[in-house]
Design a protein around this ligand. Structure first.
Ligand code: ZN
Ligand code: ZN
Length: 369
């Protein structure tokens, strides 16, 4: 069971709002609400919102029929005020009447546009901004319990990669292999299988190919990028590249450079270095090997309650790494019409170096064909 100190998180978030000069935050169901309060409410058309204002107690606005669910969450154990609204009331005016006409209001970045627009109609005298910056400052620094949750997610997805050889066979379609992998993701302890990429042959050159009815052939590279969400909400995401039979000399050379790139980037991780330098460390190796043009995406993304979240390891992001940042390191190469490869681990920035949460062998996994 996850027992984060949500009251402390709410206090830190409230402090963050005052630092940024924001008078109130309106947080709807989604990862920010779950992170801040432990309330894993389902996003519905009816408005549920956590209102946080510096120097005031947080208030939850909830549809009357959702109140028992709200109180069953840590919202109840923290003793937060729950203001309910009935079917004929306008919940957006309820929110406005609680906050009043303040200068700046922020809403969570995942709020449905429909709700954000209705709130905007109430807060005509306020500037509305995104809560992303305020909440990312907290969410991107994982505490020990979150690191443990990510470690368990990493172990679970490693188990699935250790079983890929059972499913990935010449003559089967990507979709058939993908179905078996999805089942294995659940068997490994995940609550949901969030994505399964089985990209074979020329499809391996498309970074976000999912699965297709293509039949896997001898001589195919197969990029398998998989992830799910654990029952406590934390996500896994790991890629290994498999090869059906013997790769060509060219592919072998390119893969060796990719492996060096991935390891170099991981070794580069330590507090104080910039996010963009983690990307550059990987990219430099591929550039030196003459294949940098085939690495067409950023090297990584933060991970936690969402598979993709702050911080992003990308050129232009000068943010310095801090202990507790959790993110992927996933360089790849993609040669259209031919083949591709990717190696992806989740790492956490430790006190001196990276703590690597995916530990399956990174070498090209040769499968008999
Ligand atoms: Zn991935
Ligand atoms: Zn990823």
């Amino acid at each position: 069971m996850f027992t984060a100190d949500y009251a402390a998180r709410l206090q830190r978030f409230s402090h963050q709002l005052s630092v940024l000069g924001i008078d109130a935050a309106i947080i709807s169901p989604g990862p920010d609400l779950r992170y801040l309060s432990g309330y894993d409410a389902i996003p519905l058309e009816r408005l549920t919102a956590l209102i946080i204002q510096p120097a005031k107690s947080p208030i939850v606005v909830s549809p009357l029929l959702e109140k028992p669910a709200a109180l069953a969450s840590p919202i109840g154990s923290m003793g937060l005020d729950v203001v309910t609204w009935t079917e004929t009331e306008n919940p957006f005016s309820v929110v406005h009447s609680i906050i009043g006409d303040v200068q700046t209001v922020c809403v969570d970045g995942r709020m449905w546009a429909d709700k954000a627009l209705k709130l905007q109609r109430e807060f005509t005298n306020s500037v509305m901004v995104s809560a992303n910056q305020a909440v990312a400052a907290l969410r991107q620094v994982k505490d020990a319990q979150e690191v443990q949750a990510l470690r368990e997610a990493g172990d679970a997805i490693d188990v699935v990669h250790s079983r890929v050889h059972e499913f990935l066979k010449v003559g089967r379609t990507e979709a058939e292999v993908g179905r078996d992998i999805a089942a294995a993701i659940i068997e490994s302890g995940h609550a949901t299988a969030d994505f399964v990429i089985v990209a074979s042959g020329p499809n391996s050159a498309s970074p976000h190919h999912e699965v297709s009815d293509r039949v896997i052939c001898k001589g195919d590279a197969v990029v398998v990028d998989i992830g799910g969400t654990m029952p406590n909400g934390y996500c896994s995401d790991s890629t290994r590249t498999y090869f059906m039979g013997s790769p060509s000399e060219r592919y072998t050379e390119m893969y060796a450079a990719l492996l060096e790139s991935q390891l170099t980037s991981t070794r580069h991780v330590r507090p104080g270095v910039s996010c963009e330098s983690v990307d550059k460390a990987a990219r430099d190796v591929l550039n030196d090997a003459g294949i940098g043009e085939y690495f067409i995406h950023r090297v990584g993304h933060g991970i936690g309650l969402e598979t993709h979240e702050e911080p992003y390891m990308v050129e232009g992001n000068t943010l310095a790494l801090e202990p507790g940042f959790a993110f992927s390191i996933e360089p790849g190469f993609y040669v259209e019409g031919w083949a591709g490869a990717r190696i992806e681990d989740i790492v956490v920035c430790g006190e001196e170096s990276a703590i690597v949460l995916n530990n399956r062998p990174r070498e090209l996994a040769i499968l008999e064909a």
